[in-house]
Design a protein. Structure first.
Length: 438
């Protein structure tokens, strides 16, 4: 899977080199022979007239925007919306504001290297659901939070080197993210520039404990002042301490997740309530939580940041709700998820279900059940995996380009899906074991 991504990336890089060469100011002198070949192969090259002139061309069915070295100081919003690759290297962009790329929903690669970027707002990459490659090397970034990456669930290749990273407490979430085994192609080679004792140390190898000094750590541990959340009324729910710290809030007519949940609970049962929406950061302060039961609530929507902070969650029960799909990003916080219950939801098989399906596919250690189309009528009763494959069979040329490397082994996939469905049932039989692990 990685191999295909890398091959596609190489094509993209070569196309980029070709652009540079054509301009006659190439900084990358290798490749001349091949780039001429590519030039012939490329389709329409047309000048884009509004604003500083940029080139738009099609290469191997993908639309590129080449705006390299155009002295741009910000990102324009009126480029064609069907761009698959945007090349903005060597401009003078300083800041990426929220939603600057949200028009370019088909974008797969974004090259922002060699600019002067010092700041990226938290939602700058909002809408880039399909982005797999992001190049940010040779900029002026000092700090960045993990949050900016939640809108790019398919990101598999990220360059961050040659930025003056300040390895401090603010970088803790980003560095932890880069160090997860599945992110092995994100942020390689990037090094700390400050503080002196961490200078030249790779982000990938920096111990997270080194980032926050004692004062900051104590600061972070101090309970945050509660602003808008209602006091949690513990008389409403039962607390059990055996076998694990459990808060039982079943059947309490709750229409939202109670605030001020005890921070040390391991299991939270909110089944059979009336919580229709999960808002951002509902569970932020209960980091020890391993089992969360939200079944039978009539949930219709989950905010992409709803599960932020649940880094230890292993089991999530969302069965018997009113979910039709998951918005992009919903599952990105759940690093240690093992079991996801999805039965009895009206899953709608259209393009919006793809995120959930691909997330599960990429996180093959997560067992799940109940991912079956209920809407529209024509797919009713199909496994979602079967629907997604039929979607791509209808337009085979998109197969490789949209989700590289995921289509080689259809029959194996099907077996895997069934295997996973089966495994959940097995686990259910041993449900007791699951709750005892702590
Ligand atoms: C969640 O609660 C429902 C209803 O009480 C129960 O049937 C189900 O087994 C629970 N799920 C988990 C994972 O404990
Ligand atoms: C499913 O949820 C509804 C309420 O949303 C409840 O009335 C019903 O009993 C639940 N079904 C099961 C099997 O738990
Ligand atoms: C042909 C062309 O676009 N040439 C440009 C290449 O880049 C240099 C430096 O930015 C410009 O001055 C040229 O006009």
């Amino acid at each position: 899977m990685q191999v295909v991504t890398i091959i596609i990336l190489l094509f993209f890089c070569k196309a980029a080199d070709f652009r540079k060469t054509r301009n006659g100011s190439s900084r990358n002198k290798a490749n001349n022979g091949q780039t001429n070949g590519l030039r012939k192969a490329s389709g329409t090259v047309k000048r884009y007239t509004r604003g500083p002139p940029c080139d738009i061309y099609t290469y191997l069915h993908d639309k590129y925007l080449d705006c390299q070295e155009r002295k741009l100081t910000f990102v324009l919003s009126d480029w064609p919306e069907d761009l698959k690759h945007i090349l903005l290297a060597r401009n003078r962009i300083r800041k990426l504001k929220n939603n600057v790329f949200s028009n370019y929903k088909k974008l797969r690669s974004l090259d922002l290297q060699q600019n002067e970027i010092t700041r990226i707002e938290d939602q700058a990459f909002f809408g880039l659901n399909k982005l797999t490659t992001l190049l940010l090397q040779h900029n002026q970034l000092k700090t960045l939070s993990e949050e900016v990456f939640i809108y790019m669930p398919l990101l598999s290749y990220l360059r961050l080197y040659d930025n003056p990273w300040h390895c401090n407490c603010q970088m803790e979430t980003l560095i932890s993210m880069l160090q997860l085994p599945r992110n092995r192609n994100l942020g390689n080679y990037a090094k700390c520039a400050h503080p002196t004792e961490l200078k030249d140390q790779k982000l990938k190898q920096t111990k997270v404990e080194q980032l926050c000094n004692e004062v900051e750590r104590l600061d972070r541990q101090r309970p945050k002042p509660e602003v808008s959340r209602p006091e949690f009324d513990s008389s409403l729910c039962h607390i059990y301490v055996f076998p694990v710290q459990t808060l039982d809030c079943r059947k309490k007519d709750l229409n939202k997740v109670p605030g001020n949940l005890p921070p040390d609970i391991v299991k939270l049962d909110l089944a059979n309530n009336k919580i229709k929406h999960l808002r951002p950061k509902e569970f932020e302060d209960i980091n020890e939580l391993k089992v969360l039961n939200l079944s039978s609530n009539g949930i219709v929507h989950i905010d992409p940041a709803a599960f932020a902070g649940l880094i230890n969650l292993e089991e999530l029960d969302l069965s018997n709700n009113s979910l039709e799909n998951f918005e992009y990003g919903v599952l990105e916080h759940l690093y240690f998820l093992k079991i996801l219950w999805l039965t009895e939801n009206p899953w709608r098989c259209d393009y919006n279900i793809h995120y959930l399906f691909y997330w599960l596919k990429h996180h093959y250690s997560v067992h799940y059940n109940g991912l079956e189309c209920r809407k529209p009528e024509e797919y009713k009763g199909w496994l979602v995996g079967k629907y997604v494959r039929s979607y791509y069979e209808e337009c085979p040329k998109d197969k490789l380009s949209v989700f590289p490397g995921t289509f080689e082994q259809d029959t194996e996939d099907e077996q895997l899906e069934r295997h996973k469905e089966y495994s959940v049932q097995t686990t259910k039989k041993h449900g007791v074991i699951v709750t005892v692990i702590s």
